[in-house]
Design a protein around this ligand. Structure first.
Ligand SMILES: *Cc1c(COP(=O)(O)O)cnc(C)c1O
Length: 428
């Protein structure tokens, strides 16, 4: 493919934007080469500035579960924009989306809207610390919770890709309150809780990890965390920014039947506009200003355009009873097809999948935590990535990301993807 226009645009962008991008993982640093500038998208397809077409498996890193430019979402935003884009006052639509979200997700009574997943997790942890009057938090190596200071300690996603898991600018004072645990290792969490008795406010995790590739929780892991949290009177926070409204209407809480104390949302809840949210039972949420003492605010929080997009998205997901099984079937089909052709070509690999999240790890052993994910062969991944791109298949430019399946993908798209993987994996 020819990327002449993209290349020119990237050169211009680098003059005025650090690295030419507004979020690091977009820069292709982990895979080499230059990022592709997209011009438009519809359904399952992306079109770049040079006129190339791609089947998209990133989907804006998760939000677009129904595909690009989904009409009910686009129409809702356009209609809303005509009536003013922001008031800085309460509006009815904020209550409407809150009612719907609370009805779809188990175990939550109130929800607060913010502008990103980062803000959701940052605010949730502040709330947990305020509520428990304790400073420490436990997070898992390889889990990504956005880029606020407390979480940039062995974070997943772009932070791993860049080999700077502990970013300069995060103070030692902040870092010392973040305790690191191993995903899928209950014994490790137990020891941390025992050696920090009475000091831990919360445990935060991605219930299905998606930022070190896809890593589902082992049987009993989430249940075990719930039990440990109850024993130690620690709040359990599910960061469902990726999994919320994706794995099921009620997210991972519904799929695994485990209740979290605070749940964070982002991505799907905004329908492709900048939205995050956090939610919990009344007792916890009423600890937030203006009712309670924990401060949290936002000039554009609950923005009408963002709420219109999110509401249109949630309504669609709530109304369509077949959607989650359809997504699961498509993902399972892709899984089978990929396994078959990778085996045929003798490529060492492990595929992890949960719902509509799937990832190919170029690793021999089971991938169950950050250490096993990091054993994947990155040279194979780079070749795989560029090979697929040339075939018009757009996956995330990092081995530590999940592929997101959308309802817009057809079985023909999946077959084309499997055929491309068959071709590309011959060269690995
Ligand atoms: C994407 C993501 C975030 C951060 O959300 P932003 O909107 O990028 O700030 C936090 N947690 C998880 C699990 C994510 O996947």
């Amino acid at each position: 493919m020819i990327y002449k226009r993209s290349s020119e645009l990237f050169t211009a962008a680098k003059e005025v934007i650090p690295g030419g991008v507004n979020s690091p993982v977009r820069a292709f640093s982990a895979v080499g080469g230059e990022p592709i500038f997209m011009k438009e998208a519809k359904g399952a397809y992306l079109y770049d500035e040079d006129g190339n077409k791609y089947i998209d498996y990133i989907n804006s890193w998760g939000p677009l579960i129904l595909g690009h430019a989904f009409e009910p979402v686009v129409n809702a935003v356009v209609e809303k924009a005509k009536k003013g884009t922001s008031f800085g006052t309460p509006t009815q639509i904020e209550t409407t989306i809150a009612e719907l979200a609370v009805s779809m997700v188990p175990n939550i009574e109130k929800i607060r809207m913010v502008n990103s997943g980062t803000e959701a997790t940052m605010s949730a942890v502040r709330l947990a610390r305020g509520f428990k009057n304790r400073d420490k938090i436990i997070k898992f190596a390889g889990c990504y919770h956005g880029h606020s200071d407390s979480f940039l300690i062995q974070a997943g996603s772009g932070a791993v890709t860049f080999g700077t898991p502990n970013s300069p600018g995060v103070t030692k004072g902040t870092a010392k309150d973040t305790l690191l645990a191993t995903f899928n290792d209950l014994e490790n969490v137990k020891q941390l809780l025992e050696s920090n008795k009475g000091e831990v406010a919360c445990i935060i995790l991605e219930p299905v990890a998606g930022n070190m590739g896809c890593i589902p929780p082992k049987k009993g892991f989430l249940e075990g965390l719930r039990q440990l949290c109850d024993e130690h009177e620690v709040l359990l926070i599910f960061d469902e920014v990726m999994t919320g409204f994706r794995l099921a209407k009620g997210g991972a809480q519904e799929v695994y039947g485990v209740n979290a104390d605070i749940v964070c949302f982002g991505k799907v809840i905004g329908g492709g506009l900048p939205v995050g949210a956090f939610a919990a039972r009344n007792e916890i949420m009423d600890y937030l200003a203006p009712v309670g003492p924990v401060y949290q605010a936002g000039t554009l929080s609950g923005n009408p355009l963002a709420m219109a997009a999110g509401l249109a998205m949630l309504k669609e997901l709530n109304a369509d009873h077949g959607i989650y099984s359809r997504l699961e079937e498509k993902t399972a089909y892709l899984h089978q097809g990929l396994s078959k052709v990778l085996k045929q070509n003798n490529v060492v690999h492990t595929i992890n999948r949960q719902g509509s999240m799937i990832s190919v790890h170029f690793a021999e052993d089971e991938v169950k935590d950050f250490a096993s994910a990091a054993k994947g062969n990155n040279d194979s991944f780079k070749k795989f990535f560029h090979g697929l791109l040339e075939e018009g298949i757009y996956i995330a430019p990092s081995a530590f990301e999940t592929w997101f399946i959308t309802d817009a993908l057809t079985y023909d798209d999946l077959d084309a993807t499997i055929a491309a993987v068959a071709k590309v994996s011959k060269e690995l």
